[in-house]
Design a protein around this ligand. Sequence first.
Ligand SMILES: [Zn+2]
Length: 270
Amino acid sequence: MKCEDARELITALVDEELSGAERFSIEGHLKDCLRCRFVYQEEQALKREVRAAGFRLSASPELRSKILSDRRIFPDSERSSGSWTERIFPAWPLLRPVLALALGVIIILPLLYLMRSPSEPISLAALEIQKKIIGGEISVRKASNPDELRKWQIRAVNGEFAPMEYDLSAMNVLPVGGLVQEINGRKMLVTVYAGNGLSVTCFTFLGTEEDAPKIASVFFDPEKKMKFYTFSGDGFHAVLHREGNVICILVSKIPKDDLLAIVRAQARPS
Ligand SMILES: [Zn+2]
């Protein structure tokens, strides 16, 4: 199955509208394809969100009786005179708030869908690039001199931002190379650290915390007053955080908690 075909089935899968055979083939694809799996997880998260929004839209009994007793909305004259709507639909005034809510649901829910329609998250690209770097599918510019690599990266983004730096020397893990990747028109500075049998990659780009995938777990550091987002895929763990308008994602096979500890220790509140 191609990703394009899979994408068409994902929404139906989330809505539980697939036949057994369709379900079987899409689930097979999701098992192998990290990208589509992310889209699937994002759609599931979106559906939960939309459902929660739907629940919030239903009126409490108090609000309902308040609306019904409001003279501006339901003047007495309208109640007693027997207007044509009342003759045709005796329950019409009672139905009005219900219809308003129904309309709200009809209008707002698709808007929520549009606003949050799952695009390819840049955070997912980080995991994929890491996989390709490890697999040798993407070549990395070797850093004979980390300073020179850093200057080259800053030049590649016209000095708009600099790659976030980590001091991992205590683990004997040092910057060994880097590259510049473009994801959906956004430039991403990638710095590869390695040593001691470990590999850690730092992805820096301009963005917001919205760039964290919906499936990420959020960790709030009360001391630094910063949020850290952790997520995983294909055996890699990732920690995303924001410093000003710069987003950094650190990706590694190091256990998630250790990776989070590294990022927390070195993150600077903006
Ligand atoms: Zn796919």
